[in-house]
Design a protein around this ligand. Sequence first.
Ligand SMILES: Nc1ncnc2c1ncn2[C@@H]1O[C@H](COP(=O)(O)OP(=O)(O)OP(=O)(O)O)[C@@H](O)[C@H]1O
Ligand SMILES: [Mg+2]
Length: 264
Amino acid sequence: MIATTFNHAGGVGKTSIVLNTGHELARLGYRVLLIDLDPQANLTSWLGVHDARQEETVYFTATENAPLPTPRRVFGLDLIPSTIDLAVAESIIPARFPAILSLRKVLRAEPQRWDVVLIDGPPSLGQLAGLGALASDVFLVPISTRAKGVEALHGLHIALKNYQEFQSDLRVAAYIPTMYDARRREDNQILEQMRHTLPKITLPVPERAAEWNRAASSGKPVTLSAPRSDAAEDVRKVTRELIQLLELPPVRTFTNAPEVSRGQ
Ligand SMILES: Nc1ncnc2c1ncn2[C@@H]1O[C@H](COP(=O)(O)OP(=O)(O)OP(=O)(O)O)[C@@H](O)[C@H]1O
Ligand SMILES: [Mg+2]
């Protein structure tokens, strides 16, 4: 199963969802690959990788049809990191169609290697988002429970329709309401509206700024930086929901378990 977070709105939790549910899936025993497609490289740096080289990113896959680079092993999962060079790849991809299908091609060449591949999409509808979208079976769409959050849905659905012309069975597997503050009237109204209009919606992930910021600055997933925190419980909950919504097979082994708490 290959899924990408997809939302051109910034700061809605795309990277947080990929990193934390990805780590939780690895802890449960799934073989997980994370791919950072954002030139900001937030996923990469949050996982403590600060020395990634251009050839370790998808740059040459996207621009020169190179094979998938060898992933880094971090916290019991595989990571294809990003660097700022991906911004340059973005400007090269359009001139080299069908380069936009290159990531799809290399991932499909290794169908048994990972149980789940999670791609962290950039906050844009550009070529890097397209590279991730067309490599994927499904989208995961985090949306903040604010008016601005739902405003992004229109553009996002137009983009999905466009990608479906290349890949007709591409679909949204889950909408994930994020940054939810139960005390705010606006959040509750927006959440209600989402529940009425969107299929396959998960429980909201509550806003817990202190816990999430601490995890990001510690360079660890939330479930490692504060395993008994409410935020860690939120991660475990949404991961269980995603296992259902992504129709992942039952966990077979726990072979990953001993190394998921280690960095590199
Ligand atoms: N549930 C949460 N509560 C509070 N803060 C959160 C929560 N989830 C993530 N954050 C914080 O919100 C910020 C934005 O999250 P994140 O980077 O995951 O969003 P993004 O959609 O990937 O952003 P971008 O569009 O820039 O890639 C980060 O600082 C993150 O630590
Ligand atoms: Mg991000």
